[in-house]
Write a protein that binds this ligand. Structure first.
Ligand SMILES: NC(=O)C1=CN([C@@H]2O[C@H](COP(=O)(O)OP(=O)(O)OC[C@H]3O[C@@H](n4cnc5c(N)ncnc54)[C@H](O)[C@@H]3O)[C@@H](O)[C@H]2O)[C@@H](O)CC1
Ligand SMILES: [K+]
Length: 563
């Protein structure tokens, strides 16, 4: 299981390990630098050659064209040049370690320092001195940095300690390097791209954003900001390096520090400290079927259809519910949409159902244990009655799309009737309609950190709504009223841009409903569905349309070893 930490929590873990005498700050910094160098060569094996140079020996500069670096020769006369950009804190300290380690491998290394050396914190100062014994440090000037050329740029300017937007003189030359194509080759960020808030994935500088990196190397556990909002775009690729802080075995002092933090964050109404990154181990283990069970064991899901010409979304949801293994699925359609539904449904059953009264009658059948409303439901006046009727019936309920938009000016009326066996699945627009104040905080320009994040907003929304909230996006965040929170990331090696297609959200709502019909609790159903949804897209690949998603579920279940 991967926990996503806040920057403060990571700091508490480090400090507690140091205070407990398990490790020194200097040792951690050395391991961090070693980890970064190892990650660089893993990412770009072509850089990992014995250059046959002695430390201190000058190597020829590479030629730079607007498209990147050219003209390096390999073999005995090869050269590699790195520009290491160090900042005034321990992130800069990591940079000095990387500079030294690259130099020891025969690289030509140029180091820039932003800020006065005598203000460096102790561990960074030690590594500054170690570097000074073998190389020079150039005082930062925007002009000189902007003219650099190298095989590799290392961003060690700011990491976890970033408090506010970096000065223009820092980001502007780096932006220039990028737009001129000089860092197209390789920019590696230590811990985080400079300018990125590690708790929220938001860039703090409105003008220049953060440093665009090709690789970001972080330590111990990734931070929330590496996986949400703009974080993944700035980070490029992500690697997490073990620096010997152990699993959770940081000693009593660390436990205490984390417990303190937990209390602190609870005091701010933030619930649990960590969010979890969705991974295969977190998919519910109860998705298989037993030989001696029958269809009613696996529940009966009801999906409400919209009117004439608007029924496709409900069928997509119903198909998702059936494929994930609900025993039976029924589409409840108004009279006007009966024929079109009847023409296109086979294994899925169809019932005519006009209005709230008929829904009440239908739900007298206690075997109908999960309901999905919203996909294609429409915004006609009588639709609200359907939603309220379904919620009063106290079934496992998924509300999506129009079922949420119905309540845009009266969210409180919805929150009053939502119960703990519900999941709501808003996208950004729907979230803003239901939680306008949270959306405003989330979208407010941010220049000082830590910035209010999508994780914070989803947690607050879940608490307010009194049910599980799945806030959609490539960085889907799922939170329960008790503060449990997870992130289902469709970034990095799970990047699935093809999910941005009409109807994919309808399938997701249906899969959650199917899982709840099977008896999963709302949080587990939402997490599992979100994970499988992305896996389906990855399994299909380019050209995906929503109809393809449910058809990928069997292959995904098999891949997850679920039978
Ligand atoms: N010994 C340790 O504590 C370890 C630290 N590590 C590294 O240390 C980093 C955290 O170090 P720090 O806490 O020193 O933080 P940073 O190195 O990120 O920067 C903090 C310094 O920058 C200043 N600052 C913040 N925002 C600024 C801005 N916009 N403009 C100008 N100055 C600004 C702060 O006042 C502080 O002096 C991590 O990201 C990681 O790279 C790793 O080496 C592991 C071990
Ligand atoms: K950095």
């Amino acid at each position: 299981m991967t926990e996503l930490l806040t920057a403060a929590q990571m700091r508490a873990i480090e400090q507690a390990a140091i205070a407990a005498g398990e490790v020194t700050g200097l040792e951690l910094m050395e391991r961090a630098g070693q980890g970064v160098v190892a990650a660089i060569f893993e990412q770009w094996p072509e850089l990992d050659a014995d250059l046959g140079c002695q430390a201190g020996e000058a190597a020829p500069r590479p030629q730079v064209s607007p498209r990147g670096i050219s003209g390096q020769k390999m073999g005995g006369e090869a050269s590699r040049r790195a520009v290491v950009l160090c900042g005034p804190g321990n992130n800069g300290g990591d940079g000095f370690v990387v500079a030294r380690l690259l130099k020891e491998r025969g690289w030509d290394v140029e180091v820039f320092l932003y800020g006065p050396p005598d203000r460096l914190p102790p561990d960074a100062k030690v590594n500054y001195e170690r570097w000074r014994a073998i190389g020079r440090v150039i005082e930062w000037t925007a002009q000189q940095v902007g003219e650099e050329a190298a095989d590799l740029f290392v961003d060690a300017i700011f990491g976890a300690g970033l408090k506010r937007a970096p000065a223009c003189e820092i980001l502007e030359p780096l932006t220039k390097l990028y737009t001129e194509g000089k860092t197209f080759a390789r920019m590696v960020a230590i811990d985080a791209p400079t300018g990125l808030c590690m708790d929220s994935g938001r860039a703090l500088c409105p003008e220049f954003g953060a440093v665009w990196s090709w690789l970001t190397v972080t330590f111990h556990r990734p931070r929330i900001g590496h996986f949400i909002d703009e974080g993944p775009s700035y980070c490029g690729a992500m690697r997490t390096v073990d620096i010997g802080l152990g699993g959770h075995d940081w000693g009593e002092a660390a436990r205490q520090a984390v417990a303190d933090l937990h209390r602190l964050e609870k005091g701010r109404g933030m619930g649990r400290v960590v969010a979890t990154l969705m991974s295969p181990e977190l998919v519910s283990p109860y998705l298989g079927k037993e030989t001696d069970e029958h269809k009613y064991t696996y529940g009966h899901a009801l999906v409400l259809s919209g009117g004439h010409g608007r029924s496709g979304a409900a069928r997509l949801a119903a198909r998702g519910a059936l494929r994930i293994g609900a025993g039976l699925v029924t589409v409840g359609a108004p009279r006007a949409a009966m024929i079109e539904n009847a023409c296109q449904l086979t294994a899925i059953m169809l019932r005519q159902m006009d209005g709230a009264d008929e829904l009440r009658t239908l739900l007298q059948d206690s075997r109908l244990n999960a309901v999905c409303l919203g996909p294609g439901l429409g915004l006609d006046a009588d639709r609200e009655g359907l939603v309220l009727e379904a919620l009063q019936a106290n079934r496992a309920t998924v509300l999506d799309a129009d079922a949420l938009t119905q309540f845009e000016d009266r969210a409180e009326a919805l929150f009053e009737v939502l119960h703990e066996n519900c999941v709501i699945t808003p996208h950004g627009g729907e979230f803003a309609r239901l939680f306008p104040d949270l959306a405003e905080k989330l979208n407010a320009p941010a220049t000082t950190g830590p910035v209010y994040s999508k994780v914070d907003a989803t947690r607050e929304a879940a608490k307010r709504a009194g049910c599980v909230v799945l806030f959609k996006g490539p960085d889907t965040v799922i939170a329960a009223p008790n503060g449990l929170c997870s992130v289902n990331s469709a970034h990095y090696d799970r990047s699935a841009p093809w999910l941005a297609t009409a109807g994919s959200g309808d399938v997701l709502a249906g899969v959650i409903t199917g899982l709840m019909a099977r008896g999963l609790d709302p949080m587990q159903a939402a997490e599992t569905a979100a994970y499988i949804h992305v896996e389906c897209a990855l399994n299909f690949g380019p050209g995906l349309i929503a109809e393809d998603l449910p058809e990928q579920i069997p292959a995904v279940l098999r891949k997850l070893d679920i039978f």
